[in-house]
Structures are given as C-alpha cells and as structure tokens.
Write a protein that binds this ligand. Sequence first.
Ligand SMILES: Cc1cc2nc3c(=O)[nH]c(=O)nc-3n(C[C@H](O)[C@H](O)[C@H](O)COP(=O)(O)OP(=O)(O)OC[C@H]3O[C@@H](n4cnc5c(N)ncnc54)[C@H](O)[C@@H]3O)c2cc1C
Length: 466
Amino acid sequence: MSTQESQPSGRHAIVCGGSMAGLIAGGLLARHFERVTLVERDRIEEGPRQRKGVPQAQHLHGLLTRGMDILCDIYPGFREELKAAGARFLDMSAEHAWHMAGLWRPRLPSGVQFHAQSRPLLEWTVRKRLLALPNVRVVDGREVTGFQVSPDNARVTGVRLRVPGGGQEETLEGELVVDATGRGSRTSQWLEALGYPRVEETRIHVDLGYASRICRPPPGFEPGWGLMSIFPNMPQERRFGAIEQIEGGQWLVLLGGWHGEHPPMDDAGYLEFARSLRQPHLYECLQKAEPLGPISVYRFPHNQRRHFERMRRFPEGLAVVGDAFCSFNPLYGQGITTAALQVEVLGACLREGVEGVAQRYRRRAGKALEVPWLLATSGDLRFPEAEGRRPPGLGLLNWYSERFQRLAGHDEEALRTFVRVLHMLKPPAAMFAPRFILKVLTARPDAAALSRVPECPTSSSTSQAA
Ligand SMILES: Cc1cc2nc3c(=O)[nH]c(=O)nc-3n(C[C@H](O)[C@H](O)[C@H](O)COP(=O)(O)OP(=O)(O)OC[C@H]3O[C@@H](n4cnc5c(N)ncnc54)[C@H](O)[C@@H]3O)c2cc1C
C-alpha cells in the first residue's frame, strides 16, 4: 500500500472512536486530508493505561503479522518502536508451545511473528504516532451523538458531539466521517432514523467467557517459549488456555471457554479450570506463578457482522471500520488486523478520489471481511449451540481443516502454510494445494512429533496426543 499521498484530496476528515481501528484510520486519513479530527469518548491519559471504553484491554491481544505490516505502512518504523517499548516478537511456531488438534506443534521457525504485548502498550504506541502527525487533532472526553447530514439526507456532512452523559451539543463538519466506535456503534440506528434501510446483521452465537490474570513467572524459569496455548478438541471440548509473555517479563494468563464453560474468578476455581485443560502444562506453570493482580473477566456473546455492503442505499461521506463493521470471536486474534485491512481498503478507495468513496469502500470492505469471517466462524459453527446458517460444505471444510492441523503437527511445510493462513499472509486456499490434499488423506504423525512437549516448571508432564 502506498501511503505517501503527494496532495491531500480532501479538507477535513473526522474519526469517531480512538481505539485501534480509529488510530489506524487516523494515520491513513492524515495522508489524504488537510486536517483530521479524532473524537474519543474517554479522557485519554499519557502512557499505556486501561480505560473504560476498551474493557477488553485487560485480556490477551496479540497482533498478527498482516496487521503489523499494514501498521508499518501507515506508521513507518512502528515495528521497531513497539519492540523498543518492550513488546516481545515471537516466532509463531519456534517460540510457541502450541497444542492443537491433539498434538504439540513442532517448534520449527516459521518466519512469521506474533507480536506479544499488553493491549494498553500496543494502543499507546500507535496513539503516540498519531498524535505526532501535524494535521491531526484528538478531541477526547467527547462522545459522538449522531450525524450531521445534507438537507436530502443523502450525505453525511459531519457529527454532533457532547460531553458524555449530557451538556451542550456541538457540531463538527467534515467531508468524510469514519465510524470506529466499536461493536456498540450506533451507525445502524442513526441511518435507520434518517430513512435508510435496516442494516442486515449476521450473528453467530459463541457465549465465550475469558478470564485473564497478570502473573510473574517462577524465578529463573526460562522455558524457551514466549507463548503457550492449549486448544480443545472441538466440539466435544470447550475449554482453552494460553500464557503470553508480555513486556516487563510478565505473563498474561488467559483461560476461557465456549457456551457457558466460563472460568471462575476465584483463585482455587481458576487453577482448577486450568487443570481441566486437555494438557497439564499451563496448569503446572500457573501453579508456580505469582499472581500480580485480580482475575478480569469478559463475556463475548456472538460474532457480529453488519452487512453495510448489502444496503440498497447508503449515504455519501461515511465509512465504518473495525468492530463497528464486524466483530469476531477474539480467540483467533484477528480484530485489529481486520480493522487494518479495512483501513487499507479505505486508502485504496481514497486514491480514486473522495467523491463516491463511501459506496466503493463499503462494498470492498465487506468483501475483505470474507476470509477473516470464514476463519473465525467456521470453527465456532461446529458447536451445536451456535445458531446461524451453516454455509454449504462447512462440514467438509472443518473435517479437512482438522486433518490439516494434524498434518501441521509433523509436516514442516504444512505448519508454515497453516501459520501464514492464520496471520492472513496467505489465503485459506493455500491449504488446499494438491500436494497437501494428498498428504492430508494419507499422512500419519511420526513418533518424534508425539514427543515434543514444552518445558514447564515441574518438567513432569509427559501427556501427549489426544
Ligand atoms: C476479550 C478480547 C480479546 C481480544 N483479543 C484480540 C487479539 O488478541 N488480537 C486482535 O487483533 N484483536 C483482539 N480483540 C479484538 C480487538 O479488541 C478489536 O478488534 C480492536 O480493539 C478494534 O476495535 P475498534 O477500534 O473497532 O473498537 P473498540 O476497541 O471497541 O474501540 C471503540 C472506541 O470508540 C470509543 N467510542 C465508543 N462510542 C463512542 C462515541 N459515541 N463517541 C466517541 N467515541 C466512542 C470507545 O471509547 C473506544 O475507544 C479482542 C477483543 C476482545 C473482546
């Protein structure tokens, strides 16, 4: 993506919401507009901090390589800055103790990085870059309450804003309004009130519960992995866990489960939940770790996709990005990368001019969601409780994908391909190359593959394949 625009094509753009999608969009828009104003409901404080508007920030937030690549296009040097701020960059398979489809993955270099850091650190590092842009202004402590529109309602011409909870409304005029207010976005309702058709929405129920805790690893413990994750055999099992090494040498421990299998918030219950995972390693690590704070929980009811691309009529001057457009089961770590993909699409549309950008963008952004949506929801639809239409061939796709994951447990090329698909560097079709189809149908894991266990503090774990 070329982000060096020689001449701004518009005068003023407004971004609503200053979380990851808004911060990425702001950087892009600063290249296309003379001025950008970002409006955020929370008061923004200096440094990496938790805040009310992003309750998910207490939980594990890995950044996929595709997302990092786009961030670096928009903010050159971002990768180095995040690393210098303390983030850990981990090879997705060599430094990841990864149990999936009944096997520990081989610890071979994949060349693909998983970027591990706390969410506040990630957001703050991006925000600093946005704030350094001379044509960007951040208005914090203001909530957007609706759109300003042209007399015929055909064009969004700005927003109304006020101090949260009351106060005098102000207006802000702009040629493009970008909604990055997250999953709770009110764009659908505001459009309907203006006489636009109701936005179709697809939901896939997951009833996911996350419970996270920051811990200090056992003294002197150098396990050779920076990320450990233990996935269940779906759909029979529903519980998962992960430990991510973040800045400051801390562990961010995550336990979770689908459809009511939610981890408890008390110490004993939390540990017991870890013990119930399919492999004992995470439990053994957690047992020896020192908790540094309380257990934070987050409930995620459903995947949610708003089909702005399908609307028969849609106003000019408006673009929706990030969770406001589509919000996924967070377990697959795709949210920020998908927001970045949408911003990339917005950039391509803006290069064709500001006029007509809303229509071009919503259609192409809707299309760009196809792959992330498929990656996130095909697994979730394996649970019988997941309401929602099953696309044709889903059973076959899931069958193949599980076999492919088992193949990736002992076949280097399959592993590297799988990692690239997960990080959105290759399309899922890459897993269907004829040589893989043959291997998937014939391969058996070798004995060596079954003896790769990650280190844990007690070194007593020998439990292996499912
Ligand atoms: C538990 C959990 C774990 C996750 N883990 C990952 C992960 O590992 N990797 C990953 O890539 N993604 C992950 N995600 C998804 C990720 O958090 C989001 O995709 C990402 O934050 C982008 O969201 P957003 O910026 O669109 O919206 P949000 O992050 O929800 O932010 C919306 C912003 O808009 C502001 N706002 C809301 N309404 C208004 C208004 N009316 N006026 C002004 N401002 C307003 C809010 O204060 C907030 O700052 C996870 C999500 C959850 C729930």
